[in-house]
Write a protein that binds this ligand. Structure first.
Ligand code: SF4
Length: 218
């Protein structure tokens, strides 16, 4: 039987967290409690759903068959389920080895590189790129796929270096954001720039939509 990863959700296609079209896994549970976190709904370790890694890999396999160019793991805090993350990446790696194109793994963590113990390091062993660091609301950034200026995007493999070399310092005029509807509610994928969520709330109000609850307010 495969390991179980507690997740908040999965999605395909993700177009705003990493290059190309991707399969996204958001894990559930984070104790780091960054002020201004946009995903407070992923904090509770008891929330979300426990999903066998085998089932997640089937979803990844199906996304690859539909054209996915990579896998993004975010959260929540993936390294607070280090063993499950290691199993997921190992099984997803089996799938990518058989693919007819290169597929990269991008992992987000709120930990800094020097906070990684042996177990956490092993969990990101197969990640081509890791974005390290807590979200810091006092350090806005225009850097693509990062929420704050202190977060470091670190390519760790040849594929990561080739695919992300020009992206580490890339600051597009508009940051990529994706809006999906989940259980009837709008859901934002990406790393909104400072003020973007406030603007979105205002636009929704102008459209006559009443925002009663958000994942970024306590
Ligand atoms: S920004 Fe990430 S690391 Fe920080 S509290 Fe939110 S989910 Fe946790």
């Amino acid at each position: 039987m495969s390991a179980v990863l507690r997740i908040s959700q999965t999605h395909y296609p993700v177009r705003a967290l990493g290059p190309g079209t991707r399969f996204g896994v958001w894990v559930q549970g984070c104790t780091l409690a960054c002020k201004g976190c946009m995903s407070r709904d992923t904090w509770s370790a008891g929330g979300g759903t426990g999903v066998p890694v085998d089932d997640l890999v089937e979803l990844w396999r199906s996304a690859v068959a539909r054209g996915a160019e990579g896998l993004t793991v975010s959260g929540g805090e993936p390294l607070q389920q280090a063993a499950g993350l290691a199993d997921l990446l190992a099984a997803a790696d089996e799938v990518r080895r058989r693919a007819d194109r290169e597929l990269d793994f991008l992992v987000y963590t709120g930990y800094d590189e020097d906070e990684l113990d042996e177990t956490r390091l092993a969990a990101v062993d197969l990640a081509d790129v890791v974005v390290f660091g807590r979200f810091d609301v006092t350090k806005p950034t225009a850097l693509v796929w990062r929420g704050s200026a202190n977060q470091r995007m670190v390519p760790r493999t040849d594929l990561g270096r080739r695919r992300y070399a020009d992206l580490v310092d890339h600051a597009p005029e508009r940051g990529p954001l994706q809006v999906e509807v989940r259980d009837g509610d709008p859901w934002i994928i990406g790393t909104p720039r400072q003020g973007a969520l406030r603007e979105l709330g205002r636009s929704m109000k102008d459209l006559g939509l009443r925002v009663t609850d958000t994942t970024w307010r306590p």
